[in-house]
Design a protein around this ligand. Structure first.
Ligand code: NAP
Length: 472
């Protein structure tokens, strides 16, 4: 298997799981080429984490150290599944790790979802974070009331972002187009809807506590909604973290209005229809639910038949993400992920596909915090190492095993790849623009601007010598 040469791994997707996989592979002696469709690395750390959460973004320093390791190369702006096929990577790298996340939004499947003023939280998050594909999106920020559907951390992120205000946002790295639009927004109330009760909410304690500290924003909860049924009360009593969240909610229920903006948390409400007027969102019709215990002890919703309508001009659904099928890679449409066992990609017959692995949200679904991906990637890399040691990795021979030939192939297939040096040039550019404006960075959002800042069409990092430079 390639004699003494270090084995090659291609990691597809430069988000947290891709970087954690790269780090673990480098430690195991692999050389790693990390591909990303965007010219910039860091996936959801750049395009997902809320701008007012800079501490969470500091994890990029860990990824910078990975990128500085010998044997690491970044190929930004290269779409695997587009200009390069996964199959072609499998022919050239002993291991291919797919860490492509879950880029699509789950849908509600109710009438009115497509109306003007209704959109996914994912699109809103991508927009305010300056994802190049979302730069031209528009949201009905002239509404007075917005409804956010879902009870996870994404729901709380978008609720916060709608009400943070221009002054606070101006100290973050929010995309400039979003800063202008959000500073001028007229939204005064955000209603966050959970289909189950407060004891089943998916958001985490620090994020719930943070809502209560927002300047000029009152968090409202109806005390009657915090009277828990027996099963919920037992679940809360058994989980100190959940108990803390209920205590926080009880504290909010006793608060008086302070300031002119409100986040109202409402539970046991499922949207049944987005009400429109002249094609625009005018409200959300919701079913009132109760909880009932189903097989396995889970508390599921039962529609009581009662209905309410909440007037609003903007609806954001934050009900989770879904993976997207990559050409040439098995996909489980029901679960929205790549079928795998412990990170080994499985073919249609349930057998491991030699040399193909998955890590992160495309492997386990869209759950967990950034650090969860470290463990997830470690499991995948352990599978790769076990396969290497057992001689189960694809044995590339001849030209397919030749490093110079790989570099020629890469420079032909993706001559515009942006290397790590290109990214550091973008980073320096954005930080310099930020420092002039008293902000952490001013993000470049257009691909052509990003390429320009990267220092030209073709950038190669110092490990990425072309065949010519190698003397081939
Ligand atoms: P999530 O935590 O899975 O929450 C999804 C929410 O949507 C749940 O409350 C779920 O309710 C609800 N939901 C699903 N289908 C629905 C439907 N048809 N109608 C109404 N509600 C529905 O997902 P997320 O908020 O997208 O976050 C994804 C992951 O990223 C999570 O692990 C999250 O913690 C993480 N994240 C972390 C941070 C942070 O650390 N600050 C920020 C953002 C995201 P049920 O429980 O009833 O299914």
């Amino acid at each position: 298997m390639g004699g003494d040469r270090a084995l090659r791994a291609a990691v597809v997707g430069a988000g947290p799981s891709g970087f954690y996989a790269a780090e673990a592979l480098l430690r195991e002696g692999f050389r790693v080429d990390l591909f990303d469709a965007l010219p910039t690395p860091f996936g959801l750390v750049r395009a997902g984490v809320a701008p007012d959460h800079p501490k969470i973004k500091a994890v990029t320093r860990v990824f910078d150290r990975t990128a500085a390791r010998p044997g690491f190369r970044f190929l930004g702006g290269v779409e695997v599944g587009g200009e390069i096929a996964v199959e072609q990577l499998r022919e050239r790298y002993e291991a291919v790790v797919l860490a492509v996340g879950a880029p699509d939004d789950a849908r509600l499947g109710i009438p009115g979802e497509e109306a003007d003023g209704s959109s996914s939280a994912g699109a809103f998050v991508a927009w305010y974070n300056g994802h190049p594909d979302a730069a031209d999106a528009r949201f009905a920020l002239d509404a007075e009331r917005a409804v956010v559907v879902g009870n996870g951390n994404v729901a709380l992120d978008v609720a916060r972002m709608l009400l943070l205000g221009g002054d606070r946002l101006a100290r973050t790295d929010v995309a400039e187009h979003a800063l202008d639009a959000l500073a001028g927004a007229t939204v005064r109330e955000v209603v966050v809807l959970g289909r189950r009760g407060p004891a089943q909410a998916a958001f985490t304690t620090p994020e719930l506590a943070e809502l209560g500290r927002l300047d000029g924003v009152t968090v409202k909860v109806d005390a009657a909604q915090l009277a828990l049924d027996r099963d919920s009360a037992a679940a809360v009593a058994a989980d100190p973290d959940r108990e803390q969240r209920i205590a926080l909610l009880r504290g909010y229920a006793g608060r008086r209005q302070a300031g002119d903006r409100t986040i109202a948390l409402r539970f046991l409400r499922s949207p049944t229809e987005i009400v429109t007027e002249g094609g625009r969102v005018a409200g959300v019709r919701v079913a009132v639910n109760t909880l009932e215990r189903v097989d396995g002890g889970r508390l599921a919703i039962r529609d009581t038949g009662a209905r309410e309508t909440i007037d609003c001009g903007l609806v954001l659904r934050a009900v989770g993400y879904r993976g997207r099928k990559l050409p040439g890679v098995p996909f489980d449409p029901g679960r929205g992920l790549i079928p795998n066992r412990g990170g080994r990609v499985l073919d249609d017959a349930g057998r491991p596909l030699p040399g193909a692995y998955a890590a992160g949200w495309c492997k386990r679904g869209p759950s967990g915090v950034i650090g969860t991906n470290k463990q997830c990637a470690a499991e995948t890399v352990a599978a790769i190492v076990a396969d290497r040691d057992a001689g189960r990795l694809p044995a590339h021979a001849g030209a397919a095993a030749d490093d110079a030939a790989l570099d020629v192939w890469l420079s032909e297939r993706c001559p515009h790849a942006i290397g790590w040096e290109g990214w550091t040039a973008i980073d320096a550019h954005e930080r310099a623009a930020g420092s002039a404006a008293g902000r952490p960075r001013v993000k470049l959002v257009r691909r052509d601007r990003l390429r320009l800042a990267a220092g030209g069409a073709v950038r190669r990092d110092r490990h990425h010598a072309t065949a010519e430079e190698n003397g081939a």
